[in-house]
Structure formats: C-alpha cells, structure tokens
Design a protein around this ligand. Structure first.
Ligand code: DC
Length: 231
C-alpha cells in the first residue's frame, strides 16, 4: 500500500490486544510500531533493578534524578518484524512483561517526570508519521491530531484470560485470579490518575473485541485505515 502516511493512535484498557492489532497494521502498511507500554515497563524494570521500589513505596526522588541516565530505544528485530525495547543498550523484552513489573508499572507511569520524558520521546519517534503507536494517552496527549484514533475495550474476564494464557506460555507460574486482579487494578489506577488518565478521545473509534476474532477485528480496522488514507 503506497499512500500518504498517517498517524494511527491506539489506546485502551490493559490486555485488549492493542499491540497485536498495532503490529498487524504496521506490517501491512510498512509503518513503524511503537509500544509505549513497553517504555513505561522498561523504566519500572530499571527502578526495580536499582532498588527504588520497596512495594508499596517508590523512591520517586532517586528515580527522577536518574531519568536522564535512562536511554530507551526500539531495535528492529528482523525475525519478529518489529522493534524490541532496549534499556541502556540491553534488550529487556524478556523482563518487562513479568508480574513483578506489571504490579508496579501503573504507579511508575503516574509520575509526571516519567511521563514528560516518555511523551517527548514518543513524539520524536512519530514525528514523520507512518507510525502505529499504542498506549493509554496516544490520541489524547501524545498525538492529539492523529488521523486515526482507536479505543479498544473488552470485558475484564476476556482480557485476564488472554493475559493468563500468554504468561503460562512464557512459563511464568501465576494464578488466573492474580492476573484478573492485576488487570482490574491497573484499569482503575490508569483511569483515575491525575496526569493523562486513560480516557477515550472524543474523535476515537471505540472497538469492543470481547467476542471478536483477530481476523474480523483486523479487517474492520483496515477498512477504517483505508478510508482515512483516501480522505
Ligand atoms: O500497554 P501495557 O499494559 O504494556 O502498559 C503498561 C502500563 O503502562 C499500563 O498499565 C499503564 C502505563 N502506560 C501509560 O500510562 N501510558 C501509555 N501511553 C502506555 C502505558
């Protein structure tokens, strides 16, 4: 598909398959894919490694002081077809999806300085358009002028079941109840925080995929993209 490049912003609740559809679209359109959740997760992993998190306490001051030392980049993996997140030169993909990181990423992402650093980086990554970016505030804060905004939702049970399977496949031993609790807790924290809370942009297209197959969802969203590219 060779057309004008647009910006596609995908926001929504946790575990709604934002990254799956974002990767499908990026591959189809030849766009860059940016997983902004991975960036917040990488900073959370950094804070855990440094001992700045003693659940529930976070040494915000120390973390904020260290922010300038944190380098986050996506390095394209040819075999996977998308970029993997690197923290200070190291691939941290295997570490950032653990339950330990998931449990602390919401409070870390509520810190204003953390958001300021990552939003600026995300805007830089998407400045030339031709980008599919997923997160919580992409259509509202990072790219309020994105040509296409999607807002994904699904029932908490459907989302916890998906995430639970993913974690089991990775060999993590975890209970379904713990995953459901984490999903619900993060929804609450992400939607009620004072800075850039998760909310649907006025001009976003809502998609509830509780009972929608991946193929059906892809076709539906691709037709929205095609309409925008023609506009
Ligand atoms: O998409 P994810 O579940 O990997 O995101 C992890 C957390 O990061 C999520 O609970 C909230 C936070 N996040 C955010 O605050 N803003 C974004 N743009 C992306 C993620």
């Amino acid at each position: 598909m060779k057309q004008n490049k647009i910006t596609i912003a995908i926001d929504g609740l946790s575990s709604t398959g934002k990254s799956t559809i974002a990767k499908q679209l990026a591959r189809k359109l030849g766009y860059i894919y940016v997983d902004t959740g991975a960036m917040y997760r990488a900073i959370t992993y950094f804070a855990l490694q440094k001992g700045y998190i003693k659940d529930p306490h976070i040494d915000e001051k120390d973390l904020i002081q260290d922010l300038e030392k944190i380098d986050i980049q996506f390095v394209f993996n040819k075999d996977l077809g998308f970029g993997e997140v690197h923290l200070n030169g190291h691939n941290v993909e295997q570490h950032i999806r653990s339950m330990e990181v998931s449990a602390m990423v919401s409070p870390i992402s509520a810190i204003g300085e953390v958001r300021k650093k990552l939003v600026a980086l995300q805007q830089k990554m998407g400045k030339d358009k031709g980008v599919v970016m997923d997160g919580r505030d992409i259509g509202t804060v990072v790219f309020p002028n994105a040509e296409l905004k999607l807002f994904l939702t699904a029932s908490a049970k459907a989302r916890a079941t998906r995430r639970y399977k993913e974690l089991l496949d990775k060999g993590e031993s975890v209970s379904y109840e713990a995953v459901l609790e984490n999903v619900q807790k993060r929804d609450h924290l992400d939607s009620t925080r004072s800075i850039s809370p998760l909310k649907q942009a006025k001009d976003a297209v809502p998609i509830d995929n509780s009972d929608m197959g991946l193929e059906e969802q892809f076709e539906r969203i691709l037709s929205l993209v095609k309409r925008k590219l023609k506009a």
